[in-house]
Design a protein around this ligand. Structure first.
Ligand code: NAP
Length: 342
């Protein structure tokens, strides 16, 4: 039986990967900060109590070493992060401590306590930042545009360096946005889908968001964790992009999510005064606030995952429109006390 250690296992990806690895017969160790934030994800997936829990904070070296000595994992998946880009502008030091130095702590602990383990680092499309609108692949240069992306860039190169200099089996998954009903509520897609469901049920009037015209490549998290697992099953370690290759704006996501709840949204006004209005009732359902704009945003990110398709046999299946509909359906189910499809 293989042993896997997943840091940040109560986050979106950690929860989905925990389920996938349990289904594959792994002994799964979940490492996360103390507290029960994110426990709801394991509950909804029906795997609560099946993951062996380890309290671990990436800010503290000794508890990382203890965890690796105790578990001696075959595979380590590092998802633990301050993962919200907007917050990283307000908390750049904490973001760097967790996302950058935390990975140095983890890799160094692994080199000493579990040198044969295979390591996966959750790298990000945000590394590409302002490198234009062309599809990104594994050879595209990086130009990060947020403290989050800068911290992840350090972790990305450190992972490459441990592979090249220390002979460690270490891979970066350069992950484009991936969403699901298990996404944290602070992220724009989930914020929109929870609001749409609440508006539909008459529990909320409207939702306020930031930049409508940011364009992203959005996939389904459940499928992305399968790609991450595939990376660690290869004979040699390497870096791979996971993406759908399709680009859509936040505006399109909003329109599609409202449509999934039977509400046709029309746009009125311009700039910060632009509003999303219910075409049938004339009620304002969406407003814009500067508060949700990033100080420096990334206009457009779209990925070319042909290497992952060719080497790993990985291909995303869920289309953009279906993803928005899955997320809205999940919120409506939660409000109605029905089981969520995950
Ligand atoms: P997530 O839901 O925010 O999960 C992150 C997890 O890390 C949470 O369980 C969080 O615990 C934990 N964590 C935070 N600080 C920690 C610390 N100091 N020590 C230990 N654990 C800590 O993120 P996700 O969406 O699953 O993403 C997984 C990884 O992929 C992240 O590294 C993220 O940056 C990266 N990524 C995600 C996407 C995406 O679209 N989802 C795209 C590119 C890259 P708390 O709940 O206690 O904060």
């Amino acid at each position: 039986m293989k042993k896997a250690l997943i840091t940040g296992y109560r986050g979106q990806d950690g929860a989905y990967l925990s389920r996938l690895l349990l289904e594959k017969g792994y002994e799964v160790y979940g490492a996360d900060r103390a507290g029960d934030s994110g426990q709801w994800r394991l509950r909804e997936l029906g795997i609560e109590g099946q993951v062996k829990e380890i309290a671990l904070d990436l800010l503290e070296t000794s508890n990382i070493i203890d965890a690796l000595e105790k578990v001696k994992p075959d595979e380590i998946y590092n998802f633990a992060a301050q993962s919200f880009v907007l917050i990283s502008f307000a908390q750049p030091v904490l973001t760097a401590e967790v996302n950058a130095v935390g990975v140095a702590r983890l890799l160094e602990a692994m080199r000493k306590a579990a040198p044969k383990a295979k390591f996966f680092q959750a790298s990000t499309a945000e590394l590409f930042g302002s490198t234009g609108s062309a599809q990104k692949n594994e050879t595209t240069d990086f130009h990060p545009r947020s403290p989050y992306a800068v911290s992840k860039l350090y972790a990305h190169w450190l992972t490459v360096n441990y592979r090249q200099a220390q002979g460690v089996y270490a891979c970066n998954g350069i992950l484009f946005n991936h969403e699901s009903p298990l996404r944290g509520e602070e992220f724009v897609t989930r914020k929109i889908t929870t609001s749409v469901a609440r508006i539909k049920k008459g529990l909320q009037d409207k939702v306020t968001v930031g930049n409508l015209d940011a364009k992203r490549d959005w996939g389904y998290a459940k499928e992305y964790v399968d790609g991450m697992w595939r990376m660690l099953q290869q004979p040699t370690a390497d870096d791979y992009i996971l993406a759908t290759g399709e680009v859509h704006s936040v505006r399109e996501f909003i329109r599609t999510a409202f449509a999934a709840a039977g509400i046709r949204l029309e746009w009125k006004g311009k700039g910060l005064n632009e509003k999303g209005v219910d075409a049938k009732t004339g009620k304002v359902r969406l407003e814009i606030s500067k508060e949700f704009y990033r100080p420096a945003d990334v206009k457009e990110l779209v990925g070319d995952a042909s290497k992952a398709r060719k080497v790993l046999g990985w291909k995303p299946k869920t289309k953009f429109g279906d993803l928005a509909a899955i997320m809205v359906d999940a919120e409506l189910r939660r409000l109605e006390g029905r089981k969520v499809k995950l």
